[in-house]
Design a binder for this molecule. Structure first.
Ligand SMILES: [Zn+2]
Length: 443
């Protein structure tokens, strides 16, 4: 199976991969091979030009692709939205953009998915847990995804622990579904109540980025122009606590995902998903700073991968019945405050080009189920009318009719029909202002 093949390849290639999560202040952490603090800044150069690195002040994350089976991603059906009205009152169907942050498409969730998150409360304090919740939620503002925090970690898809000395890491995206052994899927290995907010926030944003299926940005297929001084990179990561072999450095640093596995449209070294590297590792001194925030491209692409449904917005314009230079302004508005069981119609007189209020009898007919119409009249005294019609009784397949008093006051049904109801739904308000009903001023 292709998915299994991809997963096992990812597993082999990146069981442990690392963007840098820096921690400036904490230096007392347990450093076995599974853990946390590694390479940071160059301390000094000795006379033999061998660089010495300070491994004490940087924390890195260990991302995990567990070798698990996960079901195929459910087909995503974008929400069906009503058509809109153009300025002439004609219906049109706006294009909605669907879907780049480097990501593994098969491991990304669907837009709108709700992911349950639980914490091993015996490992983390309330202060720390509340900070994790707060910063994880920042993703919700840029991606259409929800983290639902549940009390019992056993009932959570994302199982988050705080085992000191075990580093910070997360399973990638939908691999969490395959967690049949109910293992922890995420760990924060150096948080305590005194960990600076900037460190907590940066690390939480990064790890929850992995939860969303985002990979380390320096492994993007498009990150292939970093002018590494490879011997320095090997030497840098060969130091403790990584003690990486050349092969491991090849895999964790120089390896690039194939375009067929990873969706990536541009390389962003300011991404929260990018490593920090000292500039001395590149021939052009490229600097890879500590990224504390979601970058502009993180925000754009997170919303691209997890698009929000387009907002239903109102529309306005002018109708022309074709009779006697009639001009009727329409305004369609969607109000969160209106009862979604009703559509509100306001029919009102306007002021014509000769500054006279339109007063003669006018009527619109809203088609209702059963072949009838709900008439709404603009009365001769020029008062406006407000009618609320139950959505369930409106026949959205038919069209709105228009009638007016013609010569000798004869109430006349006009041939013009307005095909607009499919652009409406419960909780909206349509205001029609009949602002002209003749071609010339009456003397
Ligand atoms: Zn990571």
């Amino acid at each position: 199976m292709k998915l299994q093949k991809i997963l096992s390849l990812l597993f082999v290639l990146t069981v442990i991969s690392f963007p840098v999560i820096a921690q400036k202040t904490v230096s007392t952490i347990n450093r076995d091979n599974q853990t946390s603090a590694i390479a940071g800044t160059i301390l000094a150069k000795d006379s033999n030009k061998t660089e010495t690195f300070n491994f004490s002040d940087i924390h890195m994350c260990f991302d995990q692709y567990p070798n698990v089976n996960i079901p195929q991603k459910p087909l995503y059906k974008p929400p069906v939205l009503p058509p809109r009205l153009n300025q002439n009152g004609e219906l049109y169907y706006p294009n909605t953009t669907e879907q780049a942050l480097s990501n593994v498409p098969t491991l990304c969730w669907n837009p709108g998915d709700i992911l349950t998150v639980g914490f091993y409360r015996n490992e983390g304090t309330d202060i720390v847990i509340n900070k994790v919740k707060k910063y994880a939620k920042e993703w919700e503002t840029v991606a259409n995804i929800k983290f639902l925090f549940v009390d019992d970690v056993n009932n959570a898809l994302i199982k988050c622990g705080f085992v000191k000395g075990h580093g910070s890491w997360s399973w990638i995206g939908r691999t969490a579904i395959g967690n049949i052994l109910k293992e922890r899927t995420m760990n924060f290995g150096w948080f305590d109540d005194n960990t600076p907010d900037v460190d907590v926030r940066r690390t939480v944003l990064h790890e929850f980025g992995h939860v969303l299926g985002f990979i380390h940005e320096h492994l993007s297929p498009l990150a292939n122009r970093i002018p590494w001084i490879k011997p320095k990179v090997y030497a840098y990561f060969a130091g403790p606590p990584n003690n990486w072999t050349r092969e491991q450095v090849d895999q964790y640093i120089f390896y690039k995902y194939s375009n067929s596995y990873v969706n990536s449209t541009s390389y962003d070294k300011t991404s929260i998903m990018h490593y920090f590297f000292p500039s001395s590792l590149t021939s052009d001194g490229s600097s890879f700073s500590q990224n504390d925030n979601l970058s502009t491209m993180d925000k754009i692409y997170a919303a691209y991968i997890y698009p929000f449904p387009p907002k239903i917005t109102g529309s306005s314009g002018t109708l022309h019945t074709g009779d006697d230079c009639d001009a009727i302004d329409f305004k369609l508005e969607f109000f969160p405050g209106l009862d979604s069981n009703f559509i509100e119609f306001i029919f009102q007189p306007g002021v014509d080009p000769w500054n006279e209020k339109v007063t003669w009898w006018k009527q619109i007919g809203i088609p209702m189920k059963g072949g009838i119409e709900a008439p709404i009249q603009l009365r001769p005294d020029g008062r406006s009318e407000l009618v609320r019609l139950p959505v369930n009784n409106i026949d959205f397949t038919r069209q709105i009719s228009f009638s007016k008093a013609k010569i000798l006051g004869l109430h006349t049904l006009l041939p013009f029909k307005w095909n607009a109801l499919s652009a409406m739904k419960g909780g909206c308000r349509l205001t029609l202002t009949w602002k002209q009903d003749r071609c010339q001023k009456i003397f």
